[in-house]
Design a protein around this ligand. Structure first.
Ligand code: GLV
Ligand code: MN
Ligand code: MN
Ligand code: MN
Length: 482
């Protein structure tokens, strides 16, 4: 009966696919690069405007908005058992340089549309009640039952009561929160999932932010202050969440890979997120004139970087598993002049695997190569910093099963899959954020056209997005204890 209830409720709720697409398009206009690309960097002017756009929607939905010291934004719909821990969902709206308009955004605007769909339901109920009260001059009383069905008693009129209970409005039992996470992308300060990492209580990160600067030497706190955050002068321990703060966390996200689209499956149920790591490396040599310094006397920091890049590829391939990946996404040479031997080089290396220890072996080998290359080329390895080396995360079985059941009820085919991209769920899965009953995350994947993501061609169809909102989020809000 409980599952029947979820099905009948969620199938009678309608997601406004067109309106949601319009919002996705509108949000994409807050960008520092021309359409169709989107570039929205943490705490930039465009980020501030985009946040305002989202907060406006949150406000219109009647949600209470809270922002923490680093700009994680929480919009809360109080449940009728408000003392229970809330069910949360959300994602990010920052966008890496020249990316698309769906990454993260779908999980924020989609969540707000899910709430909107539920609220539309309630409003309908309110209107009917008001009409009856007015026309029949009777007292109307709405009772929200624990099974999430609403029954309406119009005292003295049982038949009307029966009729109205079919309308089924909704008030959640547990409070619902939509979270906009600060800086899932590492673009500005090199730190991924900054907001969720801090929510999960990362003290080392809180400490290191005190000395963190961006590429323009702007400090993290000056940048945050520009966006109206971090007003308490750097104490960000207030961002940490108490253990078990949330009952459950869900995240809706485009797949960012080709599988769902290729197989024609609308819902990917994520069982685990691969373990990501990132490394910063710097080589320093003597530089000099590109014509006058002869080859035998050079110590070229640029060539050290080139050699290390190839070593990264080799170590990844040597793991023998397709699940091991490595990317040198940033490679900078100083001074960056055609006729000057590079005296400094900076590399930023991203490596991931579903197997944490195999990923760690790759990191170790990259380190050994960096040391050897420096020695051989007579350059200094002035930095080898592992910025983050995160474990993988697993989704909670209870949520996986509930999602599978709902997909079946909605006649949407689904696939259990690993997320090779990381998401804020990686950190919300940590027990410090969710209770033991539901330790966890659930990132639901939607098909991304051709698997494109982190580039302007990124696309997900309005129908797939609406299915995701319905099959993943609405279900989460409606299911059992939620
Ligand atoms: C973040 O967007 C990532 O998975 O790289
Ligand atoms: Mn991304
Ligand atoms: Mn994302
Ligand atoms: Mn991501």
């Amino acid at each position: 009966p409980a599952s029947h209830l979820v099905s009948s409720q969620s199938s009678s709720l309608s997601v406004d696919a067109e309106g949601l697409q319009r919002q996705i398009d509108e949000l994409s206009a807050f960008s520092d690069t021309p359409a169709p690309s989107v570039t929205r960097i943490l705490y930039s002017e465009k980020d501030v405007l985009a946040r305002r756009y989202i907060k406006d929607i949150m406000g219109h939905l009647g949600l209470s908005i809270r922002e923490d010291a680093i700009g994680n934004i929480f919009a809360r719909w109080e449940g009728y058992e408000a003392e229970l821990s809330a069910v949360a969902t959300g994602s990010h709206i920052d966008a890496i340089p020249y990316s698309g308009k769906y990454d993260g955004v779908v999980g924020v605007l989609g969540a707000l549309e899910a709430i909107n769909a539920l609220k539309r339901h309630v409003n309908l109920m309110d209107i009917i009640c008001a009409c009856i009260e007015e026309s029949l001059k009777l007292k109307c009383h709405v009772i929200y039952s624990s099974t999430l069905h609403v029954s309406v008693c119009v005292w003295g009129f049982n038949s009307l009561s029966n009729h109205l209970s079919e309308v089924s409005g909704f008030l959640p039992k547990r409070s619902l929160e939509v979270i906009l996470f600060t800086s899932e992308e590492p673009t500005r300060f090199g730190i991924s999932c900054l907001g969720s990492r801090l929510l999960a209580g990362s003290k080392p990160l809180a400490e290191s932010l005190k000395v963190t600067v961006d590429g323009q030497n702007t400090s993290f706190f000056d940048a945050a202050a520009f966006a109206g955050y971090a007003k308490n002068g750097g104490d960000i321990s207030s961002v940490f969440m108490k253990k078990g703060h949330y009952f459950a966390f869900l995240e809706l996200h485009i797949e960012q890979g080709p599988i769902l689209e290729k197989e024609g499956i609308p819902i990917g149920v994520v069982t685990a997120i691969a373990a990501p790591a990132s490394i910063k490396v710097r080589f320093e040599g003597s530089g000099g004139h590109a014509g006058a310094v002869l080859m035998p006397t050079r110590n070229d920091a640029g060539l050290a970087a080139a050699e290390l890049s190839l070593a990264v590829e080799k170590h990844v391939l040597d793991s023998g598993s397709v699940d091991t990946v490595g990317t040198v996404g940033i490679l900078e040479l100083h001074p960056g002049a055609i006729n000057s031997i590079p005296s400094k080089s900076n590399l930023e290396i991203d490596t991931r695997d579903i197997d944490e220890s195999r990923r760690n072996e790759v990191i170790e080998k990259i380190h050994q190569s960096a040391v050897k290359i420096a020695e051989k080329r007579g350059v200094k390895l002035s930095e080898f910093k592992i910025v983050n080396q995160d474990p993988p995360a697993r989704s909670d079985d209870m949520i996986i099963n509930a999602t599978v059941t709902t997909s079946q009820q909605l006649n949407l085919s689904h696939k259990l899959m690993i997320s090779r991209a990381y998401h804020d769920s990686l950190f919300m899965a940590r027990s410090s954020c969710c209770t033991n009953t539901c330790l966890n995350l659930n990132a639901h994947h939607l098909p991304a056209a051709a698997g494109y993501s982190h580039k302007p061609e990124e696309y997900a169809s309005p129908m797939d997005i609406a299915n995701g909102v319905k099959g993943s989020l609405l279900h989460g809000f409606l299911s059992r204890d939620g």
